[in-house]
Design a protein around this ligand. Structure first.
Ligand code: 9MR
Length: 460
């Protein structure tokens, strides 16, 4: 049979139809779907880390590039952002920005002469769950900001505590030992304050021996009132003189050894309509008592950094507004250097956006920022009798968010993140809530690193 002559354009159409029919026949999972467009063979992942891995595949003859998909599901019904048909002109690709402890899937196609192959085989890979032991909170934040821990003098010089304090942290804060009621033990018959410096001295020595910063907490707090001030029968002026005497004595004694102090703690009222909490300090010294205390501190030691510290600042915008006004007022006379946002938060509250907004507002002021007293409740609703894997991962994510937000603050304004205790069973929250189980810290009762600890590192 004699074949008729085929025109150029008809020949072209035929070629196209042939290619199209091949394409429609090739299943997505074919390894060798098209002549000239052989699918690559994906190889096992390498360089697997907490939040990244390297995807690998073999060479396809004459491929000009490859297209990589990464998904958290093996059906590829959604893609990891940035890894949806990503074109690559080499035989491996680093996949970053992932979550730890998560299974990912990847597949790849080859492009040969403008024709795309079917999908390779699918490789699954699980990101790591823990940082290696030589990465510590301290090493990961060096030259960036202090990572502090609330300590008590009674729990120093116990090897299991010491080992973690010195390995993981660059700063300490006394959870209770530097409060007024602990130092100011009475008034003698000449009217002078009687001091007990023993625990403060021991902690400051401990910090120096172990190269730890000390953030002092707290000079003035209505909940740590010495008996002698509670029942004080002298005049208001005599009361104020005692406060000046106290602040001056503490700052003078530890000049150059304690780097910063919470001068006044929790002075703002929670009632939106009331500025100052009703305390003996307000009653005796008047509405400018906060300013007076900061001025006493500045005069006693012009080099120590002076902080105001308060709670609910991340979500109570009204309270925060009042604090910010006070900060502005103190800044007029250069009386304040930093603000502590107490981070007693929940695994699901406040939102990341709320914490970010609160942070932006303090960063806009000319002060250092301290994320103080960090602990993350997971059992406020009392629905757990043990820390579940799910809640533990949620807590890890929360800690990661908090650290990410802090870490993004301009370098010259980052002071410290301080966790409020070392291990879960030491937390103030259990006695505070009549024994309700709680696991709010970075280490468990046996001194093991928790998921929340890994979340801190992930946030950096
Ligand atoms: O954690 C502290 C707890 O051990 C004390 O009993 C309590 C009263 O002194 O203070 C706790 O710490 C508080 C901190 O000093 C200021 N912000 C609120 C903290 C929790 O109450």
């Amino acid at each position: 049979m004699k074949l008729g002559k085929i025109s150029n354009s008809a020949f072209y159409v035929m070629v196209c139809l042939t290619i199209l029919s091949f394409m429609s026949c090739s299943s997505d999972d074919d390894n060798n779907s098209l002549s000239g467009a052989v699918a690559p063979v994906a190889q096992e992942a390498s360089d697997i880390a907490l939040t990244s891995f390297r995807a690998n595949w073999n060479n396809v003859f004459r491929a000009s590039e490859y297209a990589l998909d990464v998904s958290t599901n093996s059906g590829f019904s959604s893609f990891v952002e940035g890894f949806d048909n990503l074109s690559i002109n080499q035989l491996s690709q680093s996949v970053t920005g992932l979550n730890s402890n998560t299974t990912y899937y990847y597949r790849v196609r080859a492009v040969v002469g403008g024709v795309i192959s079917g999908n390779s085989n699918t490789i699954s890979v699980e990101t790591n769950t823990e940082f290696p032991d030589d990465v510590t909170l301290k090493s990961a934040t060096e030259n960036n900001f202090f990572v502090g821990v609330a300590v008590s003098e009674a729990r120093t010089n116990i090897s299991s505590y010491d080992e973690i304090y010195t390995r993981e942290f660059s700063s300490i804060t006394a959870e209770n030992d530097m409060k007024m009621a602990s130092i100011f033990t009475g008034i003698d018959n000449t009217g002078a304050i009687i001091y007990d410096w023993s625990k403060v001295d021991a902690l400051v020595d401990y910090a120096e021996t172990n190269n730890l910063n000390v953030h002092g907490h707290t000079l003035i707090w209505h909940r740590s009132l010495p008996q002698a001030l509670e029942n004080f029968s002298g005049t208001d002026q005599e009361f104020e003189d005692l406060i000046e005497q106290y602040i001056t004595a503490v700052l003078t004694r530890y000049q150059g050894r304690i780097n910063s102090w919470d001068v006044v703690n929790e002075a703002i009222d929670d009632d939106p309509n009331i500025q100052w909490r009703d305390t003996v300090f307000l009653q005796r010294m008047g509405e400018d008592y906060v300013e007076k205390c900061f001025a006493f501190a500045r005069a006693a030691d012009p080099n120590v950094k002076l902080f105001y510290n308060d709670y609910n600042m991340t979500f109570d915008g009204t309270k925060r507004g009042k604090v910010l006004v006070m900060v502005d007022d103190l800044l007029v006379n250069d009386l304040i250097d930093g603000v502590g946002y107490q981070m007693h938060i929940d695994y699901n509250f406040p939102s990341r956006e709320q914490i970010q907004e609160a942070t932006d507002e303090i960063v806009a002021k000319d002060v250092l920022v301290h994320f103080a007293e960090l602990d993350v409740k997971v059992n406020a609703a009392n629905d757990l009798t043990e820390l579940t894997e799910e809640r533990s991962q949620a807590q890890r994510q929360r800690v990661r968010e908090v650290v990410e937000i802090f870490n993004a603050i301009p370098q010259n304004k980052k002071y410290a993140i301080t966790v409020w205790g070392l291990k879960d069973d030491d937390t103030w929250l259990i006695p505070e809530n009549n024994g309700r189980p709680e696991w709010p810290l970075l280490f468990d009762a046996s001194f093991n690193k928790k998921d929340a600890y890994q979340g801190f590192l992930e946030g950096l």
